[in-house]
Design a protein around this ligand. Sequence first.
Ligand code: NAP
Ligand code: MG
Length: 398
Amino acid sequence: MEKIKMTTPLVEMDGDEMTRILWKMIKENLLEPFIDLKTEYYDLGLKYRNETDDQVTVDSANATKKYGVAVKCATITPNAARVTEYNLKEMWKSPNGTIRAMLDGTVFRTPIVVKGIEPCVRNWKKPITIARHAYGDVYKNMEMVIPGPGKVELVYTAEDGTETRELVHHYTSAGVAQGMHNLDNSIESFARSCFNYALDTKQDLWFATKDTISKKYDHTFKDIFQDIFDEEYGEKFKAAGIEYFYTLIDDAVARVMKAEGGFIWACKNYDGDVMSDMVSSAFGSLAMMTSVLVSPEGYYEYEAAHGTVQRHYYKHLKGEETSTNSVATIFAWTGALRKRGELDGNQKLMEFADRLERATVDTIESGKMTKDLALITTIPNPTVLNSEEFIKVIAERL
Ligand code: NAP
Ligand code: MG
């Protein structure tokens, strides 16, 4: 069989621990036999990040800007324990944070829906994608404990020194206060990423805030979305047969529970934090969740939503068998290959991505799966496979 050719390389960001082991197996068994795989390789494993003073992460993000599409393996975000374990020069920042800051993107998380792994919400038939704004609000706030009577004000001092004041509260007893902010251009990027992704995936876009209560803060989000939609996207959405829909956050929550899925739900930072955990756990498993960072310029970085599965890796190091689910990592590759194919007009590459996804889903639906899924499936008597067997069975089917 002739291998599928690629014209432009994918930016490949290798990672850590168990997912690094899966990464290699996926390439050897599911990709290289079928594709003349062209990648520009960056080793984001913690050892090499430390050797390069984390320059490799910056280089990989720049390569993503150059080529447009990246696929990333899960990586360790160092904490104190990791500094000791890997003898690090510094507690390097989260690679995802660095890449997100450089690409200025929005993260979209989508569950992989298969028969036999049923969502807790009975009427959810199609995936619900959460798009979380990743800048500001309560995550970049300033808080104060108010010890007793007095007043708290918001003060804006313009460049020319003029002041505008708003009374937050006149305290007659102790309490708390909080100040937070956001930026028009960050909200604009968020909006464009969401509209682009909706067009890309031909799904309706929902957006919700609490603008009836937050008449300036949240209302600004609502207005920016609406203005950009009207000016740049209205016609495109009509042509694609999809819809942009704004509502109040509490109404959105109620509708989501009654919906059948198949749409993108754009959330402000805090709402996205909370709702993505709710949606992902209700769909079944973190190991079945893909994630893509979409920049407003149209750069894409695909990855699994889960981490490096450290506990399994330590078992693996001891020579014990693991049954780690590779589905989300496989879908990171198929997402990236499909996008690469789309940008290069490479139909064969796009079809390959579809076939690999189909083979993966069919494998699970035929009752063959890793342990995490076997524990929650409604399929009777599933066959539990180890990490490598699962990938090999998919390869056979492919
Ligand atoms: P994790 O790697 O997502 O794993 C947490 C637990 O979830 C695992 O112990 C396992 O449960 C289950 N799990 C997750 N993915 C699985 C899979 N593919 N197959 C089977 N089970 C799976 O989170 P963590 O242990 O909190 O973090 C480990 C490392 O990953 C940390 O160093 C963290 O910094 C990093 N991390 C990276 C990213 C990223 O690169 N995007 C994201 C999150 C975390 P059982 O042990 O019960 O089997
Ligand atoms: Mg959270």
